[in-house]
Design a protein around this ligand. Structure first.
Ligand SMILES: [Zn+2]
Length: 273
């Protein structure tokens, strides 16, 4: 694949968080020649395995790391970078250290586009909200040579990412998922936390990933300990790749150095090519 010189970086909390919302987008931009990286804060060891035979509490982080490596290979992106933080405890991690780690990665990889969760963390997961905050602040600080100045002494250069996108679901999309049998809520500690949809006018960007829906499903299916061996939501594999909500990924542009789109964007690199 010939490089087009563009770099995308995604940043999430747990293995599999990348899959539903950005798996197709990552595969699409790899196919265009972009360098695509995924930063994951934890190894997902606090969750339960839906395939108990496959895991023990001791090996769960290793299994989930391997599942994420598998997914990254499927998408065609670089191997995942881990922040090595404990699953479920991100809100009490030293915030300055976490932001500093992300600033350093941004200065090393020099992405044009950064993607993370919106402020709702999809369904309010504290780890997601923590990563949203870290990534947003890191976007703002990575260009400032006064911030984490010690990194410059170690060879880093300041870097201004051009665009920051939040991965968000529209209310309409959520309703369509629910009609298709998808979950309106995610269970956390025995409580169903509703997935949060955003009003349509907050969605700035819709990425058509229809050509990569199969790849996205294969990436999802790498996460066996999280979703099992079946296609998600009780769908057949053929059914889910044809579902319109599965074939589009939606984003909200949150920061831009190149102005604001006047119409709905269909390309994360709009204005940067
Ligand atoms: Zn998660």
């Amino acid at each position: 694949m010939r490089s087009n010189g563009m770099t995308l970086m995604t940043c999430f909390a747990h293995p599999d968080d990348e899959a539903f919302g950005t798996g197709g987008t990552m595969a699409r931009y790899v196919a265009e020649g972009c360098d695509v990286y995924l930063v994951t804060a934890t190894r997902g060891e606090a969750g339960e395995s839906v395939v108990p035979d496959l895991t023990t509490p001791a090996n769960l982080p290793f299994v989930r790391e391997q599942e994420l490596r598998c997914a990254c290979q499927v998408y065609g992106i670089h191997p995942p970078l881990f922040l090595d933080y404990p699953d479920g405890l991100l809100p009490i991690i030293h915030q300055g250290q976490a932001v500093g780690k992300l600033v350093r990665i941004i200065r090393e990889l020099r992405p044009h586009v950064l993607i993370t969760y919106g402020p709702d963390g999809i369904y309010g997961h504290y780890d997601h909200i923590a990563v949203h905050r870290w990534a947003t602040i890191a976007f703002d600080l990575a260009a400032d040579p006064e911030c984490f100045a010690g990194q410059m002494e170690e060879g880093c250069e300041p870097h201004q990412v051009d665009k920051l996108y939040y991965r968000v679901l529209s209310e309409e999309r959520l309703a369509a998922m629910t009609e298709d049998g998808g979950p309106p809520a995610v269970m956390m500690d025995g409580v169903p936390f509703p997935i949060i949809g955003r009003p349509q006018d907050e969605i700035t960007t819709i990425i058509d990933i229809g050509d990569f829906a199969e790849v996205k499903l294969q990436g999802l299916q790498c996460h066996v300990s999280q979703i099992g061996y079946e296609a998600p939501f009780g769908e057949s594999p053929e059914g889910i790749v044809q579902a319109p909500w599965f074939r589009q990924e939606t984003f909200q542009l949150a920061r831009s150095t190149i102005g604001w789109p006047e119409v709905l964007e269909t390309d994360l690199l709009a204005g940067l090519r």
